[in-house]
Design a protein around this ligand. Structure first.
Ligand SMILES: Nc1ncnc2c1ncn2[C@@H]1O[C@H](COP(=O)(O)OP(=O)(O)OP(=O)(O)O)[C@@H](O)[C@H]1O
Ligand SMILES: [Mg+2]
Length: 412
């Protein structure tokens, strides 16, 4: 630790283990409560497919590299982190439960709130799945819907919760990677929730907003309205599919396709001029050929429209499909494609913007990119960890049991 700042509880690290990159972000909470980014370390991710760990050793190596880079820049040695999770195994649903209040005149107590929440998440869960988050949306008392029922006089307390479940093996593999890399998992958070904490404004969550995190291997979606998450889901398609399409149609290498996409790509042919052209090298005969930017836009447009229509299909099946009055916010690395917001507006028929992390100090020129939305959200979550805190009261037993089981699984 020579020459380094001492470990301090005011530092938090977010770790985004994505399909294309692993990114560690170290932040510090200043005395006035504001957050400063002290270090960012990003390295290519080689051990994941569609958001799921498929190679532990490669993932461990990427985590170590990313954390070391971030630590060197920050001058802080970190041991604990908040890690993000995604992948097609993630499922969500809304649940409702109610309890009688034994002594209504005394008002709702903390233990009543714990009791109703425990009941809402007491689900028949297959052995291969676990509850990742159980997020209270709103409480209902005799006088109607309330955000915080504590102290309210009522005979009955109801709660609506958003429950996110994950495959036990996927969670354990991710945590195993973090542990083998030499770090402690202090919290685990659904990536779309993490991104939302970095890029959405409270007013958007209140009015209703659809968040789309277009990464490399997955597209994570979440709907917020009246301040709370209403739907979350993961579609196993992303920017890598666009790169594959470009390589296949233009008959060029994946490496060239990725570069061409980043350099000349746009989401709609109407945004490119007919005279805009670029040169590619064909894989078969190594010959150079010119391609119109509009042709490239057509390839990208087709795949993006497919992804957006899949998003629409998913949300049309929910009860909140028409509740995003604040529009759509697109983030993740693929949100850097020129014209993506315009395409989003066309498909979703509402206002659409690209979401970048906001409200931060330090390294803003680096992290003001949709690529860092998840990492920043995870770091931010570390300071306001509401979802993974051990609840007081009856829930403490559940928390200890769940986390002890997780810990023991490493030694099996
Ligand atoms: N300038 C750019 N233009 C277009 N696409 C880009 C650009 N920069 C990055 N991308 C694409 O963004 C994708 C990676 O995004 P991101 O870093 O958010 O993914 P990830 O978090 O690693 O993956 P996932 O969230 O799917 O597990 C890749 O497909 C990459 O090609
Ligand atoms: Mg991601």
């Amino acid at each position: 630790m020579t020459g380094r700042k001492r470990k301090n509880t005011k530092y938090v690290m977010g770790l985004d283990v994505g399909t294309t990159k692993v990114c560690a972000i170290i932040g510090q909470q200043d005395d006035d409560g504001s957050l400063s980014v002290l270090g960012v370390g990003s390295t290519p991710s080689l051990g994941l497919k569609k958001g799921i760990v498929i190679d532990i050793d490669q993932t461990v190596e990427s985590i170590q590299k990313a954390v070391q880079k971030a630590s060197n820049i920050a001058g802080v040695e970190m041991h604990d982190l908040v890690v993000g999770i995604a992948g097609g195994h993630i499922q969500c649903h809304n649940s409702r439960a109610s309890v009688e209040i034994v002594n209504p005149s005394r008002g709702v107590t903390r233990s009543d709130i714990v009791r109703v929440n425990s009941r809402a998440k007491a689900l028949a869960m297959p052995v291969d799945r676990e509850i990742l988050h159980s997020i209270p949306q709103e409480y209902v008392t005799d006088s109607g819907s309330v955000k915080n029922p504590k102290g309210q006089v009522t005979t009955k307390l109801e709660v609506n919760v958003h429950i996110v479940t994950a495959a036990v093996t996927s969670v354990q593999n991710l945590m195993r990677c973090v542990k083998q890399a030499g770090y402690n998992t202090n919290g685990i958070l659904l990536e779309s929730i993490a991104s939302s904490e970095a890029i959405l404004h409270e007013e958007e969550k209140e009015l209703g907003v659809l968040l789309i995190d277009l990464g490399g291997g997955t597209t994570d979606i979440a709907i917020f309205s009246r301040g709370h998450i209403r739907y979350s889901g993961v579609i196993p398609l992303g920017g890598d599919n666009i790169t594959n399409d470009i390589a296949y149609i233009l008959k060029i290498s994946l490496f060239d396709a990725e570069n061409v996409k980043k350099k000349y790509g746009c989401a709609m042919a109407s945004l490119a001029r007919p005279e805009e052209i670029f040169t590619v090298t064909k894989v078969v005969n190594d010959k150079k050929e010119t391609v119109k930017r509009q042709e490239l836009a057509d390839i990208i447009d087709a795949r993006l429209e497919e992804i957006f229509h899949l998003v629409r299909e998913r949300i049309n099946a929910t009860s909140v499909h028409d509740k995003f009055y604040a529009g759509v916010v697109i983030t993740g690395g693929s949100a850097l494609i020129e014209g993506i917001a315009e395409l989003g507006e066309k498909v979703f028929e509402c206002p659409c913007r690209v979401g970048i992390p906001h409200g931060l100090k330090g390294m803003t020129s680096v992290v003001s990119s949709p690529i860092y939305a998840t990492g920043i959200g995870l770091m931010r979550h570390g300071f306001t960890d509401a979802l993974n805190q051990p609840p007081n009261g009856n829930g403490l037993y559940d928390w200890i049991q769940k986390n002890l089981l997780r810990l023991l699984s490493f030694f099996k």
